[in-house]
Design a protein around this ligand. Structure first.
Ligand SMILES: [Zn+2]
Ligand SMILES: [Zn+2]
Length: 165
């Protein structure tokens, strides 16, 4: 991975070649964010969704992939969207206002699905590991209506491993 160069030209301000570095615990995360940035037209062309529509979309995906329905909360004030377990072991997605876009909801709902099915089964589980990316590409193909081959090519360009362990 040492020779990875961000394919975005110019790279987004928040990247500043961050994606060329590796986070040991979650090595694919920043490169994935840059890949999503390359799909950014989906964000710009859309107006933010009302929280309730985000909720319905997350529900639809979790049902489709046979995992429990997460609770969707107002994440106002957060810089990033979050998906985590609450005190009662229920998955909660918190969506700040500036991230109530289809692509962000798909990303977080996919975390719910993959955490539910794989978190305890894979050793060295990574938040944005190969299994997660595999599911995410599948979800993007279906819900953003992008051919899977296009997404796989993009993932390869960003040197993302999407072969499930
Ligand atoms: Zn980058
Ligand atoms: Zn994520």
């Amino acid at each position: 991975m040492a020779d990875f160069k961000c394919p975005l030209d110019p790279p987004p301000l928040w990247c500043e070649k961050q994606c060329e570095k590796v986070d040991k615990n979650d090595p694919q995360s920043i490169r994935l964010y840059c890949l999503e940035e390359s799909l950014v037209s989906f964000r710009r062309e859309e107006t933010p969704l009302p929280l309730n529509e985000c909720r319905l979309l997350a529900e639809e995906i979790c049902k489709e992939y046979k995992s429990p329905i997460p609770e969707i909360k107002d994440g106002r004030g957060l810089k990033v969207a979050k998906c985590s377990f609450d005190g009662k072991k229920k998955l909660v997605i918190k969506l700040p206002r500036h991230l109530r876009y289809r692509i962000a909801v798909l990303h977080e709902a996919t975390h719910c699905v993959v955490q539910y099915h794989y978190r305890d089964k894979e050793s060295g589980y990574q938040h944005h590991g190969p299994t997660y990316i595999r599911y995410l590409l599948d979800v993007y193909a279906r819900y953003l209506d992008i051919p899977i081959a296009t997404l796989e090519r993009a993932a390869t360009l960003f040197q993302l491993d999407f072969k499930p362990v």
